[in-house]
Design a protein around this ligand. Structure first.
Ligand code: NDP
Length: 330
């Protein structure tokens, strides 16, 4: 009989699928080829949806939640990985149809694993997590479109959250002027310390925009969707690009074709979950090269596994600042 360990497991209770703290043993875990001693996970917006039951993220139950994990390989049937290797997983259906990172131990498919860059501790890998890796995918979409810092400021919505905070750090490091949209005026100094040069009120963007408005931004990173994304598109400069990854403000998109056909604006969808491995490896190498670890620390808090259900509610209520690392062994 193996030693029991803790996990946050989503199960149906009173007609709703919700996550709660539960004890598992190794024999409960799926028969994937790599066993990981998990050190840290994170709380992303999607984790909030999964654990609270507010969104239908878990496609089967019981489901160990947590879309991210970082830890050390304990056993591997794949010769590419050996005990002691420091690894992380982002997405790939964790917390959807694959058991996830809110567990002290987990067995995952070897094809999901990314080696943690040497410069990062396991906790830092999760301070980045899916949110930070998605921010990097957004920034790379902007760079790959040929948008250089001299083209003008880059707008980041949902700036006080995880993706937003890391996007600001990365863009500022690359020399872009960053304008940050937030609904929390009190976060102004925090956002400036990450590298934002201008703080804008969420209300300026969460409105019905005209099809085209004054050209202001060379590019954008959008975490919010709905009217905010529509206003970003209407105010993006000629041949600019908005990288859209989020839905914190809603899933609609009340826009017109005008930004696309009269200004050549590109709306670039960003998906982190099924992104191909070469894009992930590039993003993690770029994060290792670009991210200022002191700023990352400034944007990160640390919490024990038992607090995940409460933090899930907080992130959906827009109360979380930056990134939350979950110490699964605390
Ligand atoms: P966070 O909750 O940390 O950040 C979201 C931020 O959006 C909040 O901090 C808040 O920022 C702002 N916000 C919240 N509610 C509203 C609202 N009703 N209207 C306008 N703004 C709002 O989440 P994450 O950073 O983890 O994720 C951000 C978004 O990106 C989420 O929608 C998430 O699902 C999505 N995402 C998508 C990925 C993909 O692969 N496509 C991967 C990762 C995330 P402030 O208070 O500063 O205004």
């Amino acid at each position: 009989m193996s030693t029991p360990f803790n996990a946050i497991v989503a199960e149906e209770r009173d007609g709703k699928i919700k996550g709660h703290l539960k004890t598992l043993t190794l024999s409960d875990l799926p028969d994937n080829d790599v066993l990981i001693d998990v050190a840290y996970s994170t709380v992303n917006y999607k984790d909030g949806l999964a654990v609270s039951g507010a969104g239908r993220i878990c496609r089967q139950t019981p489901m160990v939640c947590g879309i991210d994990l970082a830890g050390v390989v304990a056993e591997s049937r794949d010769p590419a990985w050996k005990p002691g290797d420091r690894v992380l997983v982002n997405g790939y259906g964790l917390s959807e149809d694959q058991w996830g990172g809110y567990s002290q131990k987990q067995r995952v498919k070897s094809g999901f694993l990314v080696r943690v860059p040497d410069v990062f501790g396991l906790d830092e890998a999760m301070a980045i997590g899916t949110a930070g890796y998605t921010a990097m995918l957004c920034v790379n979409a902007i760079r790959d479109h040929g948008i250089t810092p001299d083209r003008g400021p880059v707008l980041v919505s949902g700036a006080g959250g995880g993706v937003g905070s890391v996007a600001i750090m990365l863009l500022a490091k690359l020399g872009y002027q960053v304008a940050a949209i937030t609904g929390r005026a009190a976060l102004g100094d925090y956002l400036k310390s990450l590298g934002a040069s201008e703080i804008l009120d969420r209300a300026e963007f969460a409105r019905d925009a005209k099809p085209l408005e004054k050209e202001r931004w060379a590019a954008g990173v959008d975490n919010v969707g709905a009217t905010t994304l529509a206003t970003m598109l209407a105010t993006t400069k000629y041949e600019g690009l908005v990288a859209a990854c989020g839905l914190a403000g809603g899933v609609s998109l009340p826009t017109s074709v005008m930004p696309f056909i009269l200004r050549g604006v590109t709306l670039r969808g960003i998906d982190s979950v099924q992104a191909a491995m070469p894009r992930r490896l590039r993003a993690w190498a770029d994060l290792a090269a670009l991210l200022d670890r002191d700023k990352l620390r400034l944007a990160t808090s640390r919490e024990p596994l038992s607090r995940v259900p409460e933090l899930a509610q907080d992130i959906l209520a827009g109360k979380v600042q930056g990134r939350v690392v979950i110490d699964v062994n605390a």
